[in-house]
Write a protein that binds this ligand. Sequence first.
Ligand code: FMN
Length: 313
Amino acid sequence: MKNVLVITYSQSGQLAEIAARIVAPLESAGHRVHVETLLPETPYPWPWPVIDFIDAFPECVQLDPPPLKPLVIPVGIDWDLVIITYQVWYLSPALPVTAFLQSPHAALLRDKPVVTVVACRNMWLSAQQTLKRLITDLGGQLRDHIAFTDSGHPLATFITTPRWVLTGKRDRFFGLPPAGVAAPEIEGARRFGSALARALHADEERSGRPMLTGLRAVTVIPRLAMSERAGFRAFKVWSKLIRAFGQRGQWRRRPLLLVFAVYLVTLIITVVPLSLLVQWLLSPILKGRMAALKAELEQPSGSADHLIEPHAP
Ligand SMILES: Cc1cc2nc3c(=O)[nH]c(=O)nc-3n(C[C@H](O)[C@H](O)[C@H](O)COP(=O)(O)O)c2cc1C
């Protein structure tokens, strides 16, 4: 029997559902699992009022989270595996998980194998890079990464995700697909739990190697990766600038937040489709580079799927 710590936080319940699918096979296999649900001292709203939604941006990118309520992680347990689940807020880890990684509790990650699980619209590369850096700085060893994304077209999700987050409605809308991770994908999260349960029985968590290859843990779309990189660079500059005008909730930074919101919408309706079009046109020339980029960004767990069948529920 192994000890597994799962860190989670969810607003709509989507990430909580995914975490539950991963945990179930671990528990059935006899491992002891503690699920720690992060609770911000002041809860974030769901759905988000538009002002609060935009005001959260600078602190997300600058990794400056408000505090959490005291955690109830059992003490004195030598964790064999830590699973950190998170969502992406403004191309960065959601503030509750950032708060956890900056809390004294995160010291428990030292020398521990860590699996990260993200569920978001579709842009998680920058957030994962940040998370990986935070985990490595704490002495943790990132062993695997699993990404669940919205299966809708990237341009459709620019409408359906904000609609979901700002109104709570995620149903089909003007011919656009429902927002969020599709139900069969959520159900399929069980395969990662069963693979981890078997890996723990075989002491594979101590091997230093990934445990979830062959299960299509991640699928990177290189065209989106390029837009994301450019967007994240701009986000860093904007977030610093807005913070120079005032702290979270202060009125004096709101005019600049409004300018940022206009910039963001303009970017989404002009630059993003244009860059996707240019990359599509150049795809015959960029094919080799894109394939190399895809393979690099899909590390450590990869997009191969030859082992999905044996782990199917
Ligand atoms: C403030 C905020 C910012 C977000 N920014 C992004 C983003 O940059 N990229 C992305 O793929 N999803 C983004 N999302 C969507 C979330 O990652 C997530 O899919 C959604 O909030 C539902 O997660 P949950 O109900 O499990 O908490 C954002 C959501 C919120 C609330």
